[in-house]
Every structure is written in C-alpha cells, then in structure tokens.
Design a protein around this ligand. Structure first.
Ligand code: 6PG
Length: 466
C-alpha cells in the first residue's frame, strides 16, 4: 500500500483545503478526522486525486499510513482539543517523527508543547497559515516556527503549496518554537485593525453621510486599485455589493451588528502590553468587536446618553482614503514593533523584512502597502523602527493630515473611530520629544517616593513635596 508523505488530521474547512492542495501538488496525503463520517465523502469528492488522498478511519491506521520519519499535521482548534489529540497520538509516534500544528495557537502553548514533544525525541512545528479556505486550497502564506532541521524536511512540501509573490514562495522558517505562531498572531492583530478601520470609514459614510451600501461599495471598488489596494478592501467591496436573495436589500444591511472573534486579536494586545508595546489600533478593534456584541446595552445607551452638539461634516472621499492609508501604515508599524520586541525578548532574530515579504501574497492582510513595507524594512531605519523608515515617513507626510481631519470630524459628530483615533494618538505620542511623563514621575514620587531622573544631571532623585 502506498505510504503517505504527510498526514492531515482535521477535515474542517481549512484542513480539507490544505489536504487537497497537498495532494494536488503530488504529495501522498493521509487524511483523518475525529468525526469519521466526514472522511469518506471528502475523499470520494476528490477521486481525481487517486492514491494521493489516503483515508484513515482511526488514529492507529492514520499513523501506520505515514512514511517514516512521519509528518503529522494537525488542523484542529489549538486549545484543549490539540492537547487531547497530542496525548493520543504521541504514544503512536517514534523519535524522529514530526508534529505540525497548523492552527491558530497561542504561542505560549506552542512553546510549552514544543518542550513536551521534543523531550520525547520528536520535533514540533508551530505554523501559522493565513489566507482562509481559499488560501489553504490554492496557496496560503505560511509562517514556520521550529528547528532548522524541521524546516529542511518541510521546506519542499510547503514551498510547493504556498502562495507566490512574483515567483517568491510566501513561506519561510521564521525562528524556533513559538516564533511562527507569534508572527501569525500579530498578522491577525493587524487584520483586526485593518478590518475595524475600514468599518469605521464605512460607518462615517453610512451614519455621517447617509450613503447607501451600493454607493460605499463603489467607493471601495475605486480604492481597490489605488494606494489602498489590498485583499481586505476587495473583500469589503464584495461584501457591500451583494444583495440579500430573500429581501433584495443589500446583504450587509440585513446582517446583525454583532462581531465574532476567536481570540487572536486579543492575544496580540495581551502580548503587546507584556512587551511594553503599543497596540492601540488593534485594541480599538478588539474592544469594538466586544462592544458590538453587547447590543442591548448599546440600544439603551443610544436613547439615554447625550451625543454631540457639534457639526463635524463628512470629509471628502479622498480625505477618507488618505486617512485609511495613514491608519493602515500606523497599525502595521505597531505590529512590526511588537514583532521586534518579541524577537528581542525571546532571542528569535526575526527577519522582519522576510515576514513582510511572505505576507505579500496568500494571506488576509496582503496589500500594496506590504510591498512597500518589505522594501522599507530592507533599508536603513532610524532607531530600527518601521515608523521612521524614509518611505513610511514620506507616506505619513502625505496621509496623516487627512487622518487628523477625519478623526476630528468623527469626534465632533460623535461617531466612534477607536482604531483610527488610536492610530493618531499613538502617532502624536511617538513624535513628542518631551512628553508629559515628567508629571507622571512627579505624581509617583509625591505619593510613593518612587524617585525620578532629572534633566540636568544623572542619578536618581526624590522631591521635597509640600
Ligand atoms: C487568516 C485568518 C484566520 C482567522 C479568521 C477569523 O489569516 O486566514 O486570520 O486565521 O481565523 O480571520 O478570525 P476571527 O474569528 O478571530 O475574526
């Protein structure tokens, strides 16, 4: 019987798509799933792939169908379900075999699992996979964390199935243990911020300007070939264009305004705070989703709390486009700042330019801006920060005035723009050579004698406070 090059366990939307992608590229792929009745219909539906899709109806058979040393890839929820699966599969594997977690995992769990699995002589790879079902099927962007040896084994397989940007495969080994999943988490944080800022602009047009979904769709269509060109702007135009087959109304107008989230945006914010980094654009997005889910409180507050008496007016479409561009640049600068801080903390030596490069195709946040960011990260950046890269400075010079104008008019009108406002607040904080933290230090010393540094001589001082 044919031995499989790789096994995919978990035949949900992503697992199925990845298995088909692997099999189509000539890799014999064993497939298994906890719900056994999913397996046969899946394999029968892909009969053109012949012996490249090898079904297994129990874990033991799944493992025996794999050529040694085995590669087992899990595409299942990465919390307790993955720990439960590892407990079952590890006794069936042998030293030299490899386990790959291709789900969205908390990188702290990946570090722990790496220690546990590698203590048994196996290798463990935490791999971020981006691009949704379509990406997994036809070319995802993949962020690999693990040992260099693991990468040597996986590289030919992953390179074959990855998305490509001008021929360059959007996959790479980024660092050890948790590095791949950390990078994927920050990718998702940027994804959250980008989606939120787009939704904020949509909200200004709808609620501040009275625009219809169709008119807003046309605007996003227009933007999708300019400076904002990106997958998420395309997705937005598609979402706004579609009518509801039942009512004929725009589909988006029929959708309840309560956003879901699975946790990766929140993880980004948590890790950013632990690392002493700002993630205001992402935090704005995570909180907005959380508040959106609290519909009944919002409905009560809408008729109870006063709004604004000021008139902000709706900025022109060019102004909105530039504001969104500035917000996007700033959210990416925050994301790459978080990546650099994590790399320093964990000794990962992350190649940030390479991260940007493997995000240029296949993943959800792919955009023309990322091409620019990839180039900027390869050039000299003052203070090693993307925000100060000459290309970014030039782009911000052209776009921040619009961000200022849009945020100001939203605030005056009383419409929420938490991520755009968070972006601007961060921008203005970063460019303030003398901040107001001297007062914070004074306050801390008044009530707690925490001490401070002086501007005129070195050392640690306490004040003689009244
Ligand atoms: C990707 C996406 C994906 C994520 C979804 C939903 O890169 O393909 O980030 O991994 O699961 O976007 O995430 P939320 O449910 O948290 O919005």
């Amino acid at each position: 019987m044919k031995q499989a090059d790789i096994g995919v366990y978990g035949l949900g939307t992503m697992g199925r798509a990845l298995a088909l992608n692997l099999a189509e590229h000539g890799f014999a792929t064993a497939v298994a799933n906890r719900e056994h009745d999913w397996i046969a219909p899946f394999v029968e539906g892909a009969s053109h792939l012949g012996e490249n899709l090898l079904p297994a109806y129990d874990l033991e058979t799944f493992v025996t169908r794999l050529a040694k040393p085995r590669v087992v890839l899990f595409m299942i929820p990465s919390g307790a379900p993955l720990d439960a699966m590892l407990a079952q599969v590890l006794p069936l594997l042998e030293p030299g075999d490899m386990v790959v977690d291709a789900g969205n995992a908390d990188f702290n769990d990946t570090m722990r699992r790496t220690r546990e699995v590698e203590a048994r002589g196996l290798s463990y790879v935490g791999m971020g996979v981006s691009g949704g079902a379509r990406g997994a099927r036809h070319g995802p962007s993949m962020m690999v964390g693990g040992t260099p040896d693991s990468w040597v084994r996986l590289q030919p397989i992953l390179t074959a199935i990855a998305a490509r940007f001008e021929g360059d495969p959007c996959v790479d080994h980024l660092g050890p243990d948790g590095a791949g999943h950390f990078v994927k988490t920050v990718h998702n944080g940027i994804e959250y911020a980008d989606m939120q800022m787009i939704a904020e602009i949509y909200g200004l047009l709808r609620d501040g300007g009275g625009w219809s979904a169709g008119d807003i769709a046309a605007l996003f269509r227009d933007w999708s070939s300019g400076a904002l060109a990106s997958f998420l702007v395309d997705v937005t135009a598609i979402a706004l264009e579609e009518p509801d087959p039942e009512t004929g109304q725009p589909m988006v107008d029929m959708i309840q305004d309560k956003a879901g989230q699975k946790g990766t945006g929140r993880w980004t914010v948590i890790e950013a705070l632990k690392l002493g980094q700002s993630a205001s654009t992402i935090e704005g997005a995570v909180a907005a989703r959380a508040w959106s889910a609290n519909k009944s409180l919002r409905e009560t507050a809408a008729t109870t709390l006063p709004g604004s008496d000021l008139v902000g007016g709706l900025p022109g479409s060019q102004m909105l486009e530039q504001a969104l561009l500035a917000g996007r640049i700033l959210s990416h600068a925050q994301g790459f700042g978080i990546l650099q801080a994590a790399s320093d903390q964990h000794g990962w030596s992350l190649n940030l330019a390479r991260v940007a490069e493997i995000w240029r195709a296949g993943c959800i946040i792919r955009s023309t801006l990322l091409n620019e960011i990839g180039a900027a990260l390869n050039e000299d950046m003052p203070q090693g920060h993307l925000l100060l890269a000459p290309r970014m400075v030039e782009a911000l010079e052209g776009s921040v005035p619009a961000l200022r104008h849009v945020v100001a008019s939203a605030v005056q009108t009383g419409l929420p723009v938490p991520s755009l406002a968070g972006a601007l607040a961060w921008y203005d904080s970063v460019r303030q050579a003398r901040s107001s933290a001297n007062l914070i230090q004074a306050q801390r010393d008044v009530f707690g004698a925490h001490g401070f540094e002086r501007i005129d001589r070195t050392g640690r001082f306490n004040g003689e406070w009244g």
